[in-house]
Ligand binder design. Sequence first.
Ligand code: FAD
Length: 392
Amino acid sequence: MHSDVTIIGGGPAGLATALSLDAAGLSVTVLERAPLAALADPAFDGREIALTHHAVSILRGSGAWARIPDIGISLLREARVETGRHNHPLTFDTHGTGVEALGYLVSNHLIRRALYEEVASRPGIVVRAGVATRRVRDDSDGVTVLAEGGDVACRLAIAADGRFSDIRRLRGIGAIIHDFHRAMLVCRMAHESPHHHVATQWFDDGQTVALLPVNGGASSLVLTLPPEQIETLRTMDRDRFNADIMARIGNRLGEMRLVSTRHVYPLRAVYAHRFAARRFALIGDAAVGMHPITAHGFNLGLKGQEILAQEIVAGMARDGDPGSARVLRRFEARHRMATAPLFAATNGIATLYTRDEAPFRQLRRAGLRVADSLAPFKAAVTNMLMDNKKTA
Ligand SMILES: Cc1cc2nc3c(=O)[nH]c(=O)nc-3n(C[C@H](O)[C@H](O)[C@H](O)COP(=O)(O)OP(=O)(O)OC[C@H]3O[C@@H](n4cnc5c(N)ncnc54)[C@H](O)[C@@H]3O)c2cc1C
């Protein structure tokens, strides 16, 4: 079997890449390990993805956004960051900008379903699900992806197989892995008081809590604690769990009730040493697996595939080659510039807010007060959250 490009991994980043490359006129094969049913109808996985305006414009352009039901798109009007219970909050909003929201919250499974539906409607994309990919082999004028049920010869192979990418490792690319020794529990809670579409991130001593507003009188709870405490909460009976969460957040939303399954994610951030090798590129979490605290993982994944598609289009116009060394060098340099500062800043914030020694506590309290009084700082962060810019 042959195609211009083969994508290993049919997660949200892999599927978005397939759509961009199909739109550029390339033939694309997607190889996904999970069965077709998991692609076509993914189950709720607890993640509510905060999307920037730029990410939404990419999804809209790909045709996937129109496939997400309106009820599944929740406005994020304001973000508040607090530390401790009685401290000055740092707030970000769109007041005076004429923009309706800082960003949009959509469940990960709805994004994945919409992307898959769009992919399935494109005759230029072949999806093979339930397929284990073994490795990528070099040929004289291309590469071959060795996979169960038939190898695929192509001019460029793209690994989008997640932050612990086997294909990245087998292609000889190492990665920085930052283990925060914390786990994150995510689930949906219905509550009595309205959230007014305000997201609250609350750094308390010993725990970090975020409440993300979703439609239907509910919020997504995002709780960070040491792994053994998270495991206790994951398995606790529902009534005790509800009471525990209400106490943790100081009853700020009245009665709360668990209305979904609970999901746990270990917190490990990953940054690949390189984003490319011969006729090979990394996309999504396989390139940059962010700590979720700044809500940028998928946003950066979308940006990365946008940059790669732009460079491939330029390479095709130059010499008809989508996987040339020049295409990959330019992609790598641009994606590194777009991600390295955010990766470092996010790890810094995550460390500052998960350590409970006195200097870290004092620094975060003082930090929020100072930051809230600095209008240019707030404007810069608001712009970063919204990311209205187009990638050049
Ligand atoms: C709790 C939480 C909250 C988050 N919140 C946000 C947010 O608010 N905003 C944001 O932008 N991001 C957020 N993220 C990050 C976002 O979820 C990820 O960046 C995104 O899902 C990564 O997509 P991906 O396609 O790169 O990887 P994945 O979703 O991991 O997909 C990888 C795919 O590859 C397949 N695969 C693996 N190995 C192989 C193989 N050998 N052969 C074939 N297929 C293979 C897997 O089955 C899977 O389908 C959050 C993450 C978490 C954990």
